[in-house]
Design a protein around this ligand. Structure first.
Ligand code: ADP
Ligand code: MG
Length: 223
């Protein structure tokens, strides 16, 4: 396998009342195994739509999506959900943590939902929290954390099922510059250590400068 991500002539149209929105217009792209990429573009350029198609959260109108050697646009809902579970870890702008659970419980949750026993799930959660430098906060709830700390817990959770790719939609959009840089440092560390590809959306050119692979989207097209 040469590429972890590959698309061919990807098109996504949304029906909006009487009009059709061409959210993605013929996107062919690829990302080599073990490498990371940032998707950049202004608001409405199609970044989230592309990430959703690559992560198997939605189907394209036409074209092909190949992730980790598997054509995913032909999978049914159930197979697609299994694919996501095994292959992708998602990170969001607003963290999506459970406020009533501790850091350790938040990270262990995907493992417990997969049927892993509590002792080994908590042990793995602690290891993952160490990887994101949150070992001093394992028993804190998100309500007692800064935004940067919450995002680090969310990254640890995304790693729980040992994904091939972390997909992050504006993960630094709600953080100040120092915390944003810190999140990117952690992405670099985990991609080196775990061989995970990171696919990150931003609209911040300064963030994109750190990446060798940059996909520019403009009104649904590659620039
Ligand atoms: N569910 C939807 N229904 C209709 N139009 C949508 C939907 N989702 C996104 N769009 C439109 O598709 C375009 C791309 O949106 P999006 O992928 O969210 O862009 P970005 O993440 O770059 O801001 C925009 O014009 C947006 O309004
Ligand atoms: Mg978006």
């Amino acid at each position: 396998m040469v590429n972890i991500i590959e698309t061919k002539n990807l098109i996504k149209k949304y029906q909006d009342g009487d009009s059709t929105v061409m959210a993605l217009d013929n996107i062919s792209m690829s990302l080599p195994v073990n490498e990371s990429m940032v998707i950049i573009g202004t608001s409405g350029s199609g970044k989230t739509t592309l990430l959703q198609l690559l992560g198997g959260l939605d189907y394209p109108s036409s074209g092909e999506v190949v992730i980790n050697n598997q054509i995913i646009n032909k999978l049914n809902d159930n197979d697609l959900s299994n694919f996501r579970n095994k292959t992708i870890g998602f990170v969001f702008q607003f963290f999506h943590l459970q406020d009533y659970l501790t850091a350790k419980e938040n990270v262990a949750l995907p493992l417990l939902l997969n049927g892993q026993n509590q002792e080994s799930a908590f042990q793995r959660a602690e290891e993952l929290l160490k990887q994101v430098h949150m070992e001093h906060r394992i028993n804190h709830t998100p309500t007692k954390m800064s935004g940067g700390e919450m995002q680090r817990v969310a990254i640890a959770r995304a790693l729980a099922n040992d994904p091939k790719i972390i997909m992050a939609d504006e993960p630094t959009g709600n953080l100040d510059r120092a915390n944003a840089e810190n999140v990117l440092d952690i992405f670099d560390e985990i991609s080196k250590r775990n061989g995970v590809s990171v696919l990150m959306i931003t609209h911040d050119e300064a963030m994109a400068d750190r990446y060798e692979h940059v996909l520019h989207l403009d009104k649904g097209k590659l620039k």
